[in-house]
Design a protein around this ligand. Structure first.
Ligand code: ADP
Ligand code: MG
Length: 703
């Protein structure tokens, strides 16, 4: 690989003018800036437009910063009192009015430098007090002495420690400016092929770096930012496209040649017809399993969209072709539910299902392990127990993983380390992930979506009630129970205050018992601190309809299916995240009965919590909710994405820049199709950029 002009671009940061060893230490520690390149990658997060001077009369409250030019007309001191410390107040007048300039700290010193009758440029954060515009601790300048090149002053992130060494935003800007005197735009290697730059009208990388730090206009700053965002998104998408491309071409996979008797028998005996979305996913799976390459597919579908049946048909496809198939669920309860549901559906068909979980021990376990090893068991359902070393499949053709976000990528991989040709993998998730995020986080998987619910589902009536209406809510629940329905009452469980939550739950339980006395009503309680077998028994009693109410923490969030349960009461609903609320709501509305979700909150709740509640009462579309969740919390917080390491963009934001992400993705896929190894001369710069990044990442992991 030709080395880059071993240039100023990679100069150690201590050699940059104005830095020196001590500041360099801090820059490394506080901002991970080691080289000139890193320094240039510290992007301003905003600019002050110092070319703009606002007439006082035009200042508005929604303007965060302002620059005013005027004559200093008076200065007075205000003594400290009970509410406020002493301060210096000055007035700056222009033709349209005046602003107050205020200093609280060090004002004795400021006062000495001020001259009544002189013209100043005052710049700073604007506020209004009794209708009078004020700038506290303004920066005062002589209008004739302003630096022209700093018309747009970049604002950089800094830290307390850096500030104490003179590296506040402006200090950093000064170093940056000094660095730009030594370096030219040509020192910055281009990493986007010309064709891409032309097509998307992106400026050169060197130009972009200069313009993002010291733009000449808003347009230029915007264009620079756009170019650098595109670069981030595009590079990430190229990396993913290469991985996927390699997987599609180089991986080996079993071929499921025929659609056989099992598949057809189940299909024929289904009590409903599949939705178009379910059929489409089955066709996609069928195509993958004929390709000779390993399937690596993510199946997304909202709660209740019917993923299980799709998975089961895929598993039968494997069995029809002489393979074993397994289904791995995140909890024992879910594994049991899947197992009994699947056994019922397959009753009488020539297939041998088995259940393997942690609580199956001794002889029974030994027996199952033998059946798996000699191939007599061809459909295995279980928990993580399935990936233990003792489980040796005779011929595993397909592994289905339910509720993927509870499993790590490593666990996924553990499944296919078991044979030379890896099994096909289908990962199912009911946490709808916004499309843009799925593209970034699960970029290595092909994605299928079940984007419609089976017909005839009734809308779940969702309402918000405050705690003072609790009696009415409980009376309503009682009337439903008397009609033969069952209800969930859910309490929050937040890990940091587990003990407190547990006490809340217990208090809630006592309260529920008082509202719903025995013997008319029976209650199950399920929470995370119970031993598994107790939890399972309580759960089973509810599933079988022996108990009427299930008091629970969020352990019931995932997958449980009780069609007769028609009411979900969520206590302290303001403490739950949106996707959690949506998952919980998905536990009802599973049978023919009208269903209700009641969100109980304190009378006064925060703005964001209120927004979550509003979204819940207005939509039941899981994808809309996921998008909203991402907007409210930011993409980094969506469950399962936190450790992915894919979200670390400096500039791009997968929510706001969704359109650009789509463009970058299309461009990346097209480019990798045409030049899978990036060997063409015009793509060489891209290859180098990806390699450089890899070295840098490896290096930072080691250090
Ligand atoms: P999820 O996607 O949440 O795992 P399930 O697979 O548990 O959903 O399906 C929920 C319910 O919908 C089940 O009772 C299932 O039998 C039923 N179901 C699945 N597909 C259809 C369909 N096409 N028409 C009607 N009911 C269906
Ligand atoms: Mg499910």
């Amino acid at each position: 690989m030709p080395t880059l002009p071993s240039s100023i671009w990679s100069i150690p940061v201590e050699y940059i003018k104005g830095v020196g060893p001590q500041r360099a230490e801090l820059l490394k520690k506080e901002l991970q800036i080691f080289t000139g390149r890193d320094l240039l990658m510290l992007f301003p997060y905003r600019y002050y437009d110092r070319s703009e001077i606002t007439p006082v009369a035009r200042l508005t409250a929604d303007q965060e910063y302002a620059q005013v030019k005027g004559i200093l007309t008076q200065i007075h001191e205000v003594e400290s009192n009970r509410w406020s410390s002493s301060r210096l107040v000055a007035e700056l007048h222009d033709d349209t009015g005046f602003v107050q300039l205020i200093w609280f700290n060090g004002w004795q010193w400021v006062k000495k430098g001020l001259q009544i009758g002189k013209t100043y440029l005052a710049f700073g954060r604007l506020s209004f007090f009794n209708g009078i515009p004020q700038i506290v601790h303004p920066e005062l300048n002589d209008p004739h002495a302003m630096q022209a090149s700093w018309a747009f002053e970049p604002v950089y992130p800094s830290t307390e420690k850096l500030k104490s060494r003179g590296l506040n935003s402006r200090g950093i800007a000064r170093i940056m400016a000094a660095f730009w005197e030594k370096i030219s735009e040509k020192d910055i290697p281009e990493n986007l092929p010309q064709a891409i730059r032309d097509k998307y009208q992106l400026m050169d990388r060197g130009q972009a770096f200069r313009a993002i730090h010291f733009p000449a206009s808003w347009q230029q700053a915007e264009a620079a930012r756009r170019r650098l965002k595109f670069e981030e998104l595009f590079l990430a998408q190229v990396r993913i496209a290469i991985l996927r491309n390699r997987h599609h071409h180089e991986s080996k996979g079993w071929i499921f040649q025929q659609v056989g008797d099992l598949f057809n028998s189940l299909y024929a005996r289904l009590p409903f017809s599949l939705t178009e979305a379910q059929k489409r996913v089955i066709r996609e799976i069928r195509r993958d399993t004929l390709s000779g390459h390993q399937m690596n597919r993510l199946l997304q579908g909202d709660v209740g969209s019917g993923k299980t049946i799709v998975a089961l048909l895929a598993m039968l496809l494997a069995v029809d072709n002489g393979f074993q198939a397994c289904l791995m669920a995140p909890t024992e309860i879910l594994a049991q539910q899947h197992f009994s549901h699947i056994c019922a559906l397959l009753d009488g068909l020539p297939v041998t299902p088995a259940l393997l979980t942690g609580s199956i021990k001794g002889q029974a376990r030994k027996h199952i392990l033998e059946g798996i090893a000699n191939g007599t068991i061809n459909l295995l359902i279980g928990t993580h127990a399935l990936i233990e070393d003792t489980v040796q499949f005779a011929r595993l053709g397909l592994a289905v993983i339910d509720e993927q976000h509870r499993f790590g990528v490593a666990q996924r991989a553990a499944l296919w380390e078991k044979s030379e040709i890896p099994p096909h993998v289908l990962v199912m998730t009911a946490t709808p992930i916004p499309r843009t995020l799925a593209m970034t986080v699960y970029g290595d998987l092909d994605v299928s979506v079940i984007d419609m619910l089976p017909p005839g589902r009734k809308k779940i009536i969702t309402v918000h009630r405050t705690n003072d209406k609790r009696h009415q809510v409980m009376d309503f629940v009682k009337s439903q129970l008397r009609q033969g329905r069952q209800a969930y009452i859910v309490y929050p469980l937040i890990e940091e205050s587990e003990k407190l939550d547990y006490e809340n739950l217990m208090r809630g339980y006592e309260e529920v018992k008082a509202y719903f006395p025995e013997p008319e009503f029976r209650i199950s309680m399920v929470h995370g601190q119970q031993p598994t077998d107790v939890r399972n028994t309580n759960m089973q009693r509810f599933v079988q309809g022996i108990t009427h109410i299930m008091v629970a923490t969020t352990v019931i969030e995932v997958g449980v299916h009780v069609p007769n349960a028609s009411i979900m009461v969520i206590e302290s609903a303001e403490k739950f995240g949106l996707s959690q609320l949506h998952q919980l709501r998905g536990r009802v509305g599973r049978g023919e009965h009208e269903s209700y979700c009641i969100l109980l909150t304190a009378p006064e709740i925060g703005k964001e919590a209120m927004e979550r509640i509003r979204v819940m009462t207005q939509t039941d579309n899981g994808f809309l909710i996921a998008e909203k969740d991402m907007q409210l919390r930011g993409p980094g917080d969506i469950e399962g994405t936190r450790q992915s390491g894919m979200m670390e963009f400096k500039l791009a934001d997968v929510v706001r820049d969704a359109d650009m992400l789509m463009q970058a993705r299309e461009a990346a896929i097209r480019l990798v199709e045409q030049d899978p190894l990036l060997m063409q001369p015009e793509n060489r710069c891209l290859l180098q950029a990806l390699q450089a990044e890899k070295t840098k990442n490896n290096w930072s992991k080691i250090s």
